[in-house]
Write a new protein. Structure first.
Length: 214
């Protein structure tokens, strides 16, 4: 076992959070790196920059999550729990009833999610299931990071969820083209936010999603 205190990673910079919350996020990032030795949670090339590349990147969606009408958030293809675990840690002090629902079909990654949600005392459900096989799901927010392309996430939202308010997605440098292409077959409203961790990326909040008759 590698001593997590010896892991040299970048410093964590998130404004307006308590020292306790920062400590938990730092513990989480170290836990990912330790587990990454046995199962593939993040790219090895991003281990040293885990805080900026993964933790801060996930945390920047909090302004879309910390709303009075949001009580549940479903993380699709959760993997290491990015962004779900990060949001859970950030929301814990803000809204104790906030609930996270994770869908991750990998057994080993699901076990890691269970360990992390227990470690940080998060209100959560972990489903070791294939999201494509689920039906009639309900949530306030669907969120996904590095799981599937936007058109597939839209199909999951419409085919597998009976209720949801918003979809939050991370889009890269082709994000605007992806949105415009999607508008050819889908109707939706969207709010975009420039990524704080990558100048070429954006975060989008999708609402009022429906399929066009084409």
């Amino acid at each position: 076992m590698i001593d997590s205190n010896l892991i040299k990673i970048d410093s964590l910079k998130i404004a307006n959070v308590s020292r306790e919350t920062l400590k938990e996020l730092e513990e989480y990032s170290k836990a990912i790196i330790l587990k990454n030795k046995s199962i593939n949670l993040i790219s090895n090339s991003t281990e040293k920059s885990i805080n900026s590349r993964h933790i801060e990147d996930s945390a920047q969606t909090i302004e879309f999550i910390d709303k009075i009408d949001i009580k549940t958030c479903t993380d699709l293809g959760s993997g290491a729990g990015l962004p779900g675990i990060v949001l859970g840690i950030l929301m814990k002090a803000k809204n104790p009833i906030f609930k996270l629902i994770f869908y991750e079909k990998s057994y080993h990654k699901s076990i890691f999610l269970k360990e992390m949600t227990k470690k940080f005392n998060l209100n959560s459900e972990i489903h070791q299931k294939n999201i494509f096989e689920e039906r009639d799901l309900s949530t306030d927010v669907i969120i996904s990071r590095a799981f599937k392309p936007l058109p597939i996430i839209f199909q999951i939202a419409k085919n597998n969820f009976k209720n949801f308010k918003y979809i939050i997605l991370f889009l890269g440098k082709s994000g605007r083209k992806i949105l415009y292409d999607a508008l050819k077959t889908w109707k939706f409203d969207y709010e975009e936010k420039k990524s704080l961790t990558n100048n070429e990326s954006m975060i989008v909040k999708i609402s009022n999603l429906s399929k066009k008759n084409v």
